[in-house]
Design a protein around this ligand. Structure first.
Ligand code: NAD
Ligand code: TDX
Length: 334
């Protein structure tokens, strides 16, 4: 089995590559990543010389790059490559349109042209928008609320249109909020942990009562592997962690795990258009593919805090570079 993994130098992609090399020895993986601000080859340092792994530096939105690579012959594509941060999509949506929509289109065209047998589009719960009560199923309407989620919803629609029109063998996964090793410290959990270790307070948007469902990244990666191997083409699979928490609950848990006082947080101006609650019904993937998350939330949060404590050079390097300018711009006025 030879797989093109795109965006494999990011958070979830790098965890997925490591999982596959462990769980499916004999598979060949090529990681196509253009290394944006959050793409980091350090995330793959321990496996960079693995015989089943190769890095290809390039852009999914560049047709020649994708065409040249796919002409080698691949069985499957798993598309993680994306601009993934909601706050950045509020500051400037253009890169989201280019990578998340145009990039997906180019991969779909390539999948079609080179007879790829399975194309997995890694999507998000955010495409359904916010929900007051209950949970979205795969049949729920799309109502994205941010430029980020609108670009992901567009990509999902393109993928489904390719299945309908060309019978391109696409499968879509929609997962809730991930946490774990190698998450870029602009997202709530790694930002909060690293801030506290640095002696800084955690910025909480609005009243902190927005709700997210949290899943440990390895559980998400296992779900994607199930979908890659056994998911039905043309279908969508929701993936959830069954751990809905308010942002304040997350912050309190982290401060407790880090042994700090609960006042090491402060409220800042809310995110414009901030979705209030995400919630997914994931009965379909449990029933049809027999997947279920295996990590307990409290245990996995503990493991995550330990990882950021033990790997502080990883995030300190990121925080002291270009990223510091973004952080200043994001939080200075809040
Ligand atoms: P990330 O931002 O950490 O990583 C994205 C990776 O894509 C980076 O390595 C980056 O260099 C690469 N990339 C960006 N543009 C590219 C391009 N044009 N060509 C090639 N590579 C490019 O993101 P993540 O959190 O790992 O998310 C991965 C995927 O999972 C995304 O599609 C995201 O929408 C989806 N997702 C994320 C979450 C979450 O909680 N993080 C939840 C559900 C779904
Ligand atoms: O400093 C912060 N303070 C804060 O209160 C940050 C960065 C976030 N927040 C809030 C906003 C959200 O309600 O915490 C919640 C989580 O925020 P993010 O970590 O930015 O994630 P979210 O916006 O929920 O989106 C994430 O989950 C779905 C990923 O970034 C997406 O890529 C994924 O699709």
């Amino acid at each position: 089995m030879k797989i093109l993994v795109t965006g494999g130098a990011g958070f979830i992609g790098s965890n997925f590559i490591r999982l596959i090399l462990n769980r499916r020895p004999g598979w060949d993986l090529v990681n196509l990543d253009c290394l944006t601000y959050c793409g980091n080859l350090e995330n793959l340092k321990d496996i960079e010389k693995h015989k089943g792994y190769r890095f290809a530096h390039g852009d999914i939105a560049d047709r020649v790059t994708v065409d040249t690579l796919l002409s080698e012959g691949f069985d499957a594509i798993v598309n993680f490559a994306a601009e993934s941060h909601v706050d950045r999509s509020i500051l400037d949506a253009s890169p989201f349109i280019r990578t998340n929509i145009e990039g997906t289109l180019i991969l779909l065209e390539g999948a079609q042209k080179y007879g790829i047998k399975k194309y997995v589009q890694v999507s998000t719960d955010e495409v359904y928008g916010s929900i007051e009560n209950g949970s979205f199923t795969e049949l729920s309407n799309l109502a994205p609320g941010s430029p980020y989620s609108a670009s992901k919803a567009s990509a999902d629609l393109l993928a489904l249109a390719y299945w309908n029109t060309h019978k391109t063998p696409v499968v879509i996964t929609r997962c809730t909020n991930n946490y774990g090793p190698y998450q870029f410290p602009e997202k709530l959990i790694p930002l909060a942990i690293s801030n506290v270790i640095e002696g800084k307070s955690i910025p909480v948007y609005g009243d902190g009562l927005n709700v997210r469902d949290w899943i440990y990244v390895e559980d998400h990666c296992n779900a994607i592997l199930s979908v890659l191997e056994n998911g039905k083409v043309g279908e969508i699979y929701n993936i959830a962690g069954s751990s809905e928490k308010t942002n304040l609950e997350i912050v309190h848990t982290l401060l407790e795990l880090l042994g700090k006082k609960q006042d090491m947080m402060h409220f800042v101006a809310d995110r414009p258009g901030h979705d209030w609650r995400y919630s997914l019904d994931d009965k379909k993937i449990r029933r049809e593919l027999g997947w279920a998350p295996s990590y307990d939330f409290n245990r996995a949060m503990e493991m995550t805090v330990d990882w950021y404590k033990q790997n502080d050079s990883w995030w300190r390097r990121i925080k002291s570079g270009e990223y510091s300018k973004y952080y200043e711009r994001m939080y200075h006025h809040r």
